[in-house]
Design a protein around this ligand. Structure first.
Ligand code: HXC
Length: 263
């Protein structure tokens, strides 16, 4: 059994949906919640990837279910939530980890390219949050919603204007719903990972010189791990964070800071 930070059984009897749960940070969060007792529903666009992920989770004795979903389609999102309720009987946590991004000069970004990212990151997060939130309200037991964001939402991020604008929207949505839905006992927070060593990100720093250049920009001098992100996410979703609401929790080794003229 891998090390977990929270007591085992923290999420016993609960159900969590993790979009983008087939790989990367989303998969890591699903695995950690599962290790802590949750039944996890992983949603994503690629059925084969989801099935592989579920098999891996089941190998660890985690109750897991794959529901192929394109978060850009509100009908598929409704079906995801309905099927989760029909299969597991409840919904306690939603993790919005589905994302899409590419690096492009803004003057070369097409309308379709903009829409592909904004529809996934901003609209998809709203569709999932709305569908899950309505069920949580109906159940009357409260709930927790956590969205993965990025610090370029507030610093700006040249050559990723689509993702920057979408993540900034998710930050604003998080803070807004945290206030609106608190009386339903639904907590809404964001997790903001810095550069994290995932399979998807690894090609970006496959060249050792490039890895060195990027690490030099991170005060602690290394990339984050999926496990670190997953443990932070689990804390924010757990009862230990019952008073944490509308927070954007940055976990990046100080990467977004230290950009002053003297550093
Ligand atoms: C320019 C591009 C492009 C690129 C796609 N497009 N990739 N334009 N440079 N590299 C344009 C296409 O030309 C098209 O516009 C439009 O976007 C839609 O492309 P499709 O491939 O048809 O769309 P789709 O299959 O829906 O792809 C969605 C995607 C894709 C977001 C574009 O990259 C994707 O699904 N990625 C998922 C994996 C991923 O991105 N993970 C990163 C998440 S991590 P036209 O006009 O030609 O029709 C993250 C933080 C990373 O977000 C931080 C580091 C920067």
């Amino acid at each position: 059994m891998a090390q977990t930070m929270l007591p085992s059984g923290t999420f016993q009897g609960e159900t969590a949906i993790v979009t983008g749960g087939g790989s990367g940070i989303g998969f890591g969060i699903a695995r950690e919640l599962g290790r802590l007792g949750a039944t996890v529903v992983i949603a994503g666009r690629k059925p084969e990837r989801l099935e592989q992920a579920v098999a891996q989770l089941k190998d660890e004795d985690i109750r897991a279910l794959a529901i192929p979903t394109d978060v850009r389609d509100p009908a598929q999102v409704e079906a995801l939530v309905d099927q989760t309720l029909a299969t597991t009987g409840r919904l306690d946590c939603l993790v919005n980890a589905a994302a899409g991004n590419f690096v492009v000069d803004s003057e070369k970004l097409s309308v379709n390219g903009w829409n592909a990212v904004v529809n996934t990151v901003l609209n998809g997060t709203f569709y999932c949050t709305r569908a899950a939130g309505l069920k949580m309200i109906e159940q009357g037991r409260g709930g927790r919603i956590l969205s993965i964001v990025a610090s370029y939402a507030w610093t700006g991020g040249p050559r990723t204007v689509h993702s920057v604008a979408a993540k900034a929207g998710v930050v604003a949505m998080t803070r807004t719903l945290a206030v609106e839905w608190a009386h339903y006992r639904i907590r809404v927070n964001g997790l903001c990972p810095g550069p994290t060593d995932t399979e998807g990100a690894r090609p970006l720093w496959a060249d050792p010189a490039e890895a060195q250049r990027l690490k030099a920009k991170i005060p602690v001098g290394r990339f984050g791990t999926v496990e670190e992100m997953a443990q932070a996410a689990s804390y924010l979703l757990s009862p230990y964070a019952d008073f944490v609401n509308g927070e954007i929790f940055v976990i990046d080794g100080g990467e977004w800071l230290g950009k002053g003229l003297t550093s």
